[in-house]
Ligand binder design. Structure first.
Ligand code: DX5
Ligand code: ZN
Length: 215
């Protein structure tokens, strides 16, 4: 199980230090939540902040773009050092075209699915994406409650890749803690994003280790 701490719950006044701390604590990748106040009802940070904190870790950065026009902005995140670009199936874009463009830039692609959205809407993208991210809260804020009806999406994805030999990883974002991590692991998840649970804990290394080993 890989652990991706979400900087949304980090101390924004000390972001560089937080990135270093989470790296030393054993994180596998850094999850960077980008919100535009339009696709979701909140605003966070953009590519300049990513570029500024990039040098504090050698770990991969994943930009989770909760924005209405990922086709206009993904390149700026790529140029700022995002190794993985995540965009939503709910965004009004030509998804296949965007997947190709991101791949041509040498970056990995993550397709994200919101809780109310049918998982089958991404079926045609499954052979081409590197990661499928299942949202287990409605995006916009950290610290929300896990919506367990999404577990069956993870099971379906795991089934699809087993039967059709797809290579994508399954990632889960929202409401992850010691109770929910084992549920998503059992359903087939490979990567868990955790924001408030890690950054709200006293000992990041301990929390990451325990999340990783949840049975
Ligand atoms: C929510 C973000 C998440 C958020 C998760 O819109 O996409 O990455 O940071 O926060 P927790 O882990 O607190 O639910
Ligand atoms: Zn996220």
């Amino acid at each position: 199980m890989m652990i991706a701490p979400s900087l949304l719950s980090a101390d924004f006044a000390n972001l560089g230090k937080e990135v270093s701390a989470i790296t030393e604590a054993g994180a596998d990748l850094i999850h960077f939540d980008v919100m535009d106040g339009h696709f979701v009802p909140n605003i966070t940070f953009g590519p300049m902040i990513l570029a500024a904190i990039r040098k504090y870790t050698a770990l991969p950065f994943e930009a989770h773009l909760m924005i209405s026009h990922p086709q206009k902005y993904w390149k700026q995140f790529s140029d700022s050092g995002a190794d993985i670009i995540g965009f939503h199936i709910e965004a009004d874009v030509k998804h296949t075209e965007l997947v190709d463009k991101i791949h041509k830039a040498g970056r990995k692609v993550c397709i994200v699915v919101n809780p109310p959205t049918d998982i089958k809407t991404i079926e045609k993208l499954l052979p081409d994406v590197d990661i499928v991210l299942v949202m287990t809260v409605n995006p916009g804020f950290g610290g929300q409650k896990f919506i367990s009806s999404n577990l069956k999406k993870i099971e379906w994805l795991d089934q699809q890749r087993k039967t059709k030999n797809f290579k994508f990883l399954i990632e889960v974002d929202g409401g992850i803690n010691y109770e929910t991590a084992p549920l998503v692991k059992r359903a087939g998840a490979d990567i868990i994003v955790a924001g408030s649970f890690i950054f709200g804990s006293k000992n990041y290394a301990e929390t990451i280790k325990n999340l990783r080993c949840c049975k």
